[in-house]
Design a protein around this ligand. Structure first.
Ligand SMILES: [Mn+2]
Length: 353
């Protein structure tokens, strides 16, 4: 499907291709792999950028920025799939593994969603790279390893992770993954140093051991996030049994207040304490005027389906994105208030305007 998409490009290898990718340690290696593989395959004009804080691929501001670059083809990686228009008239490929809402008109969707186990976007990107630049793909196999470690954890059900660890050091992969995930979680949220590091690095060990401004930026980011998380993890859990029958689980909310994107980590941290419940990290300080929440559910509970079924009128197209066991959303405060009541949480989850 990837080579098919490339074969339709108006100017062949002279086509000006732009890649927009997610800012996490799945999207970043995916973007770096696609970029480096296209270059190696002879594509002369390729650029790559990571999304900024609060951005998604369907925002008018993002489209405006993309339009100014005037690419002749677009690749969107790890940012979900929605039926809404991207850049009309520009050939577009979406590489993704989240539960899609639909496909933009005219775009091609290459998705891992619906196959079990579900590959990460980084692994899909490795398969793409293998199709056009096999020698480089072999060298850069560790980028897919990072994506697996980041999105699916150390027990990721793909042999590619074990291969990465064996060839490139498991410790180096783990350390680098932690660093790459830090910048997007900071108050500033700029992951471009992380992307730059992956575009330049020959191996994960060299990425970690070669002094660079990017590496410094990542270390500073990691310290900021650790500090925010240390505060957030002290917040108490709040319970709701309201949807036990429909959802098949109780719901626990942990309210935090920080500009750092640590609400998914907070949900993750509480999982072992309440393995049968759905846990939400609810962040009232992430974005002024909004409440952001990230939920994690046990294997047998489809949280994504539940959240999509309870989407409040007026929520934007990102609400209920993600995966069956990891979903969430963001609501302006006036929509959050009734939503929190609907979910069965008490006054502790109410927010002043
Ligand atoms: Mn991903």
């Amino acid at each position: 499907m990837f080579t098919e998409f490339l074969s339709t490009l108006p100017k062949g290898t002279a086509t000006d291709i732009h890649i927009l990718t997610d800012a996490d340690a799945d999207g970043l290696p995916a973007g770096a792999l696609l970029y480096r593989a296209l270059k190696a395959a002879g594509y002369g004009s390729v650029t790559v950028e990571t999304r900024g804080k609060f951005e998604n691929a369907w925002m008018p501001e993002v489209h405006e920025r993309l339009r100014q670059r005037a690419p002749e083809a677009l690749i969107i990686a790890d940012l979900g799939a929605r039926p809404d228009t991207l850049l009309p008239g520009v050939p577009t490929l979406l590489v993704d593994h989240h539960a899609p809402f639909g496909t933009p008109p005219g775009a091609v969707l290459l998705t891992a969603y619906g196959t079990e186990p579900t590959a990460t976007t980084g692994l899909l990107a490795l398969w793409c790279a293998q199709a056009i630049a096999p020698a480089l793909a072999e060298e850069l196999q560790w980028l897919a390893g990072i994506s697996l470690l980041s999105d699916l954890g150390d027990k990721a059900p793909f042999p590619d992770l074990a291969e990465s660890k064996k060839r490139f050091s498991g410790t180096a992969l783990k350390d680098l993954t932690a660093l790459l995930n830090a910048p997007r979680r900071t108050a500033h949220g700029d992951a471009s140093p992380a992307l730059k590091l992956l575009i330049d690095a020959p191996t994960p060990k060299l990425a970690l051991n070669t002094p660079s401004p990017e590496l410094d930026a990542l270390r500073t980011a990691k310290a900021e996030v650790s500090e925010a998380l240390a505060v957030a993890r002290k917040a108490p859990p709040r319970f709701s049994t309201k949807w036990r029958d429909e959802l098949g689980a109780d719901m626990i909310a942990v309210r935090i207040d920080t500009p750092c994107q640590v609400h998914p980590l907070v949900a993750q941290i509480w999982r072992p304490r309440f393995p049968k419940a759905v846990i939400f990290g609810v962040n009232v300080g992430f974005r002024p005027g909004f409440v952001h929440f990230a939920g994690r559910s046990p294997k047998n509970v489809n949280l994504l389906k539940f959240i999509r079924a309870h989407t409040p009128a007026g929520a934007d197209g990102t609400f209920g994105g993600g995966h069956d066991q990891a979903s969430g959303g963001a609501l302006p405060v006036h929509l959050w208030k009734p939503f929190a009541i609907e979910m069965g949480w008490g006054p502790e989850l109410q927010v002043a305007s």
